[in-house]
Design a protein around this ligand. Structure first.
Ligand code: ATP
Ligand code: MG
Length: 740
């Protein structure tokens, strides 16, 4: 018998996973082993073997992008677009279901889906009767709690006393109930409701449940390791036929579970066999994506996690031999961006298409340096799953503040910030300023000053607006004396703008604060504020060119499931990656999740992976040394090339000789923690050894800051008064004794 064409070029395990169409099946396999490909081919196989029609297969993906790609793959296998597909994210599929049965949960089919701003506005109305102290219990936090409850499938009635929190004086559950009631009255629902309502309908309406159980002859789920409780409940309800477990096929990789912060439960994958008795498990071991070196590095890294299911991963490509994974140490984030761009340029000259490059960052703030360098060198890029740095709301606000600072007559900028944070300026107040400005042929700022003097505003609003005007004046006066970095920092602080984000308990608020810090950091590269603002408008202007002719920049989270020829992984430093927030909030568990994220990052690469770490990061206008990420130590030596070692490490070697390469060539398969501990302590010893060479009072040279005198030295760091840069605390290993 000849092999049908859609089953060609598959290995026996993949074929088994595709052809075992009946009954529950779990494909548990590492990155790049063809899990998604198995799902896609399985879909085609079900159709081509006439087991079901295209609308009788339910396919769940994790992102809309993944859904689009899968649709394309299915179309190409079938040779024509498939009709009426139930293919999409959990939320998009549930939205479609809910429209059909909205009346069962007290909505009509034309219900609206609220965005987060609307949700917040609504919550604000709803909490009124409780007189919640919103300073103490910000409403965003309340919204977060409600969302988590929804992720866990908890309705106000099913929350146990143990699940309730002290938040909002213990009223969170009652507020949740009132919020749900209000949503219903308005015929709207929030994002979390899409799943919650559908699960409720499936639970309470056996007729509806049976209808879907019959409809979906086959269920396919990608990235199963990242399903949360409500998604899991939904799948369990649907995946039955006449009391029997249905034909459900889930594919996943416990090592790639990276969404626990959003309620994902990796346990779902662990209990698959229990939930679906008679389940078959298929393991795929050949990786067809990456070179042997990339795989070896990734496998060595993830081996440091405990409590793994454990999987074998072997290179499966014919051309699996490739370059070592590069680890490049650079001086600072600008150097990091320069390094990445010059590598891209070199490869581009050899005809590597730009669409095959990705820069994967841990946090949004990291994109700025890359964006600027890419613009400077004329390399088109796109930010996938997010906005470009200077398009982000908080950055635009901050830039509007700067524009008013340099030019009080900039009305557009003025209007953007006059009520951010809230200063009681509504439409009427703004109207008043406009009328005044027109009458006087003056700017809004002048009009406001006049109105404030003449009593045009009263009470709280007047007070706040006065303060608003004053902080611009104060900082304008300071600008020449203290410099623009200080002035802008003060302005954003004193205007209450930074405080607004600090008080904001929304999950994205800390990221926004990081972006703002990065912005202030960037200012230091320019000698004046006007120069900086002109630079920003130039960066913003560059656009155009074909979508796939661009370098992709995205977060590691957003890169899940994707692949690129060349991947750059910048910012592998303690505090950036693993991120400080995770270290602080989730300890060892958090480190394991960050390590999985690192594993996801490395395994996105087909041919080339380059990891970078900077020895210095600038925090505001100050420099801070950073420690290379612990993950770098965990990459097995045989697969990586550390030729571009950091200045840090070289300096350490130069000084002490303790840090020999032999430290790195230990057997990586042995338990690592003692090894890492040993390595860390040798670093400390060596730093101590180095410090003794740096004497208080001695003259030293520092590559970045120039000549200076040591005034204090302690445990590897030294305080130096530099001739040009002033007093700074730096790592002793960066200092060289300087002759007079
Ligand atoms: P991830 O865990 O990152 O989501 P995955 O397991 O879903 O990865 P796929 O994206 O399906 O892996 O496949 C990785 C790459 O390997 C794809 O380019 C795919 O086309 C290719 N591939 C999969 N199976 C084979 C095979 N049998 N022969 C050749 N190439 C294959
Ligand atoms: Mg996949």
């Amino acid at each position: 018998m000849t092999t049908p064409s859609h089953l060609e070029r598959l290995n026996p395990e993949q074929r088994a996973a595709i052809e075992t169409t009946e009954g529950p099946l779990l494909v548990l396999a590492g990155a790049g082993t063809g899990k998604t490909r198995v799902l896609t081919t399985r879909f085609a196989h079900i159709l081509l073997s006439h087991r079901a029609k295209s609308w009788q297969v339910l396919t769940v993906t994790f992102t809309n992008k993944a859904a689009r790609e899968m649709r394309e793959r299915i179309t190409s296998i079938l040779g024509e677009p498939a009709e009426g597909l139930w293919l999409g994210t959990f939320h998009s599929i549930c939205a479609r279901m809910l429209r059909r049965h909205a009346e069962y949960v007290g909505l009509t089919s034309n219900f609206l889906i609220l965005d987060t701003d609307d949700q917040l506005r609504l919550i604000k109305q709803v909490v009124q009767p409780w007189r919640i102290d919103v300073k103490r219990w910000p409403l965003n936090g309340l919204m977060g709690i409600i969302q988590r409850w929804k992720d866990r499938g908890l309705t106000p009635d099913t929350i146990s006393p143990a699940d309730n929190t002290d938040y909002a004086d213990g009223h969170a559950r009652a507020i949740y109930a009132a919020y749900q009631a209000r949503l219903r009255e308005l015929n709207v629902c929030d994002f979390g409701d899409l799943m919650l309502h559908v699960v409720e309908i499936l639970r309470t309406r056996p007729d509806v449940l049976t209808q879907y159980q019959r409809l979906f002859r086959y269920i396919l789920v990608d990235e199963y390791q990242d399903t949360n409780t409500i998604q899991y409940l939904w799948l369990r309800l649907l995946a039955r036929r006449e009391g029997e477990p249905a034909n459900i096929c889930c594919v996943g990789d416990d090592d790639q579970s990276i969404y626990s912060w959003r309620g994902a439960e990796v346990e779902n994958i662990l209990r698959f066999e229990k939930d679906f008795p008679g389940a078959k498990i298929v393991r795929l071991e050949r990786n067809y994506r990456s070179t042997a070196q990339i795989l070896g590095a990734a496998a060595g890294l993830i081996a440091h996690n405990e409590g793994r299911l454990g999987k074998t991963l072997r290179p499966g490509r014919d051309d699996a031999q490739g370059d070592l994974v590069h680890i490049v140490g650079v001086w600072d984030s600008d150097a990091e961006a320069r390094e990445v761009c010059s590598r891209i340029e070199r490869l581009r000259r050899d005809d590597h298409p730009l669409g095959e490059f990705a820069i994967l960052v841990r946090a949004g703030f990291q994109t700025r340096a890359f964006e600027e360098r890419l613009v400077q060198t004329g390399i088109p890029y796109r930010i996938v799953g997010g906005l470009r740095f200077y398009e982000r709301a908080e950055i635009r606000d901050a830039i509007a503040y700067m524009r008013v600072l340099v030019n009080p007559a900039d009305d557009l900028a003025f209007e953007r910030v006059v009520n951010v944070p809230k200063r009681g300026v509504g439409t009427a107040a703004l109207q008043k300023m406009h009328v005044e400005a027109r009458g006087q042929h003056a700017s809004l700022s002048v009009a406001l000053a006049f109105l404030l003097k003449s009593g045009g505003f009263r009470g709280k609003a007047a007070e706040k607006l006065n303060a608003f005007q004053e902080c611009f004046e104060t900082q304008r006066a300071l600008l020449a004396k203290e410099g623009h970095v200080v002035a802008v920092g003060n302005l954003l602080e004193e205007s209450g703008y930074l405080g607004m984000w600090r008080d904001d308990k929304a999950p994205d608020a800390p990221g926004r604060l990081e972006n703002l810090k990065e912005l202030i950091r960037a200012l230091a590269d320019f000698s004046t504020l006007s120069e900086f603002l002109e630079h920003v408008s130039l960066v913003m202007e560059s656009e155009g060119t074909n979508e796939d002719q661009k370098v992709s920049i995205m977060t590691l989270h957003g890169a899940k499931g994707l692949e690129f020829d060349t991947v750059f992984l910048p910012g592998w430093e303690e505090g950036v990656f693993p991120s400080q927030r995770t270290l602080d909030e989730s300890g060892d568990k958090g480190v394991e999740e960050e390590r999985r994220l690192a594993y996801v990052g490395i395994t996105r690469a087909r041919y080339r992976a380059t990891i970078l770490h900077a020895a210095n990061r600038r925090i505001y206008a100050n420099w801070q040394e950073s420690m290379p990420s612990r993950f770098l130590d965990e990459l097995p030596d045989e697969y990586v090339d550390r030729e571009g070692e950091t200045a840090t490490r070289q300096a350490r070697q130069d000084y002490s000789g303790i840090f020999r390469t032999s430290v790195f060539s230990d057997d990586v398969t042995s338990s690592m923690s003692p090894l890492v501990a040993r390595r860390r302590s040798s670093v400390n010893d060596e730093l101590a050894a180095n410090t003794s060479k740096i004497e208080i009072g001695s003259r030293v040279f520092h590559q970045k800051f120039g000549y200076g005198v040591v005034v204090d030295a302690d445990r590897g760091s030294a305080e130096v008064v530099f001739e040009k840069a002033g007093s700074k605390r730096v790592m002793a290993s960066y200092l060289q004794p300087a002759s007079e």
